[in-house]
Write a protein that binds this ligand. Structure first.
Ligand code: AMP
Length: 483
């Protein structure tokens, strides 16, 4: 590739092409009708991405067939689509919806045919040098069809000068910086790898004589696969007909840095991540929160569903009864009905409604897993007061989010993060709360110390992997040309 200095800025920053890649991935090898299992796996990973879903299946001749579209897994795949996806190797992807999110062209897996056959890539994470790599590749003649990081990997594979496919895999992965838990296929061989810091989860399972890789253990449970182990940070697996083989690991990092926000918010509570039960981790956060920020009240109410476990922990530790005082509508989709642009609570009212009988005349403790912009808490404080709550005490089962994430969690810019420019009292006032308490950073990390050290950059500003694109001054949305 040519040196950076020869590369021109080609396309203005595009607000829709944000670098967030919150996703879920699955891969199956040596499993008859693998696409059916991939469908189920993705179904259980729906919480990791609701914008788009896709599956690629590879038959015995190495031919890849793809079906992907915008929408939920159950909307994108009907029986006919699954039947067309023939083969005992399959990989799948669900993508998170950001504002715009790049639309259908960014749906994964990405599929291409190159010298070694059909190549398909599913990627979870966010490369911090994707724009840099893209620009160099474009300068070298590459043509991109999407703005997602996976396509960079396709080009790196196709352009590698190494002889064997395994060496090309090694070469391509060694260019990547930032976070990636990736599953890809070359013909009917599956590869799976995790970046050397291990930001995003990836687990290995067994299904009969076949092998499974998935973002979370809940995807193993749904297909009846046995958990074998986590794919280690920097590990590169080659899987053929269900037989798992280790390739040369990636260059080790100075430290591992699994994302603590996966435990706080993103992962499902019935999953185990890095040897920790997500439910147990959240309960410990809640218990510690109760020790750090006790308050007299009649009940503890979770903001469902992501704070259910931490609120249980708070209730257990404080001895204050746990009450289901807030209902969440699980069927909220996009809606075109907006009563008034000035109605700032509209989004939250579509999603949440307090149970008057639980909160009326009470001092309540409301537990949420995190405070990002403060939008949810501001609305909830009003809803609870309107439903008769006497006092509203908010408890947050993580520290203030003060810094954006560059490793694959969708966080707004620093200016939009309510915790980045205000202290706790100012936030309490702004949100209209009687009191507000955050879990301390040490309290959170100590609660899950057996799985650390973690990446806690969104709380601490300590970024473990170099932010190459940011340091080079590339606008986050400017990923170069597409055609
Ligand atoms: P906010 O309303 O902006 O303060 O966001 C906090 C709420 O959004 C909490 O209820 C969280 O459960 C949820 N949340 C936190 N992080 C994310 C994320 N990356 N994507 C979507 N929702 C999130």
């Amino acid at each position: 590739m040519k040196p950076l200095s020869t590369v021109q800025a080609i396309r203005p920053a595009d607000a829709d092409d944000r670098p967030h890649e919150e996703c879920g991935v699955v891969g199956f090898s040596g499993v008859p009708n693998a696409a059916e299992f991939a469908f189920l796996g993705l179904y259980s990973l729906q919480h990791r991405g609701q914008e788009a879903a896709g599956i690629v299946a590879v038959d015995d001749d190495g031919t890849a067939r793809v079906h992907k579209d915008l929408g939920l897994v159950s909307d994108v795949f009907g029986p006919e689509a699954i039947q067309r996806l023939v083969g005992s190797t399959a990989l799948g992807h669900v993508r998170y919806s950001t504002a715009g999110g790049g639309g259908a062209r960014n749906a994964q897996p990405i599929v291409a045919t190159y010298a070694d056959g059909d190549l398909a890539v599913s990627h979870n994470g966010n490369l911090t040098n994707a724009i840099d790599l893209r620009r160099r590749l474009v300068e070298d003649g590459a043509i991109f069809q999407s703005t997602n990081d996976s396509e960079v990997i396709v080009h790196l594979m196709a352009r590698s000068r190494h002889e064997t496919i395994d060496h090309k895999v090694d070469d391509a992965l060694s260019h990547l910086e930032g976070s990636f838990s990736i599953v890809f296929s070359v013909a009917d061989t599956l590869y799976a790898a995790r970046d050397s810091r291990g930001f995003r989860p990836l687990v290995l399972g067994r299904l009969g004589d076949g092998a499974v890789v998935a973002s979370e253990t809940c995807a193993l449970d749904i297909v009846g696969a046995d958990y074998v182990r986590d794919v280690e940070p920097g590990e590169v697996l080659k899987i053929r007909d269900g037989v798992v083989q280790n390739l040369r690991p990636l260059e080790p990092a100075d430290r591992h840095a699994p994302c603590v926000f996966e435990l706080v918010y993103f992962a499902r509570p019935d999953s185990r991540l890095w040897g920790v039960s997500v439910d147990r981790a959240r309960r410990r956060f809640g218990r510690q929160l109760a020790r750090e920020h006790p308050v007299e009240a009649e009940c503890v109410i979770p903001v469902p569903d992501s704070a259910n476990s931490s609120a249980l922990g708070y209730a257990e530790e404080s001895g204050i009864p746990y009450e289901l005082g807030l209902l969440r509508n699980h069927y909220v989709g996009r809606t075109f009905i907006k009563p008034s642009q000035a109605d700032r609570d509209f989004g939250a009212r579509m999603k949440y409604n307090p149970v008057r009988e639980v909160v009326d005349g009470k001092r309540i403790i409301v537990v949420d897993d995190s405070l990002v912009r403060g939008t949810t808490s501001r609305s909830l404080a009003k809803f609870f007061r309107n439903a008769g709550a006497k006092e509203v005490h908010m408890r947050i089962a993580s520290p203030p989010v003060q810094h954006p994430c560059f490793y694959g969690i969708d966080m707004p810019s620093r200016e939009e993060l309510i915790g980045s420019s205000r202290d706790v009292q100012q936030i309490r006032e702004e949100l209209g709360l009687d009191s507000l308490g955050y879990l301390s950073l040490d309290g959170m990390l100590d609660a899950v110390s057996e799985a650390g050290p973690f990446c806690d950059a969104c709380f601490s500003g300590d970024y473990p992997a170099p932010l190459v694109d940011v340091d080079k001054g590339f606008a986050p949305g400017n990923r170069g040309p597409i055609c």
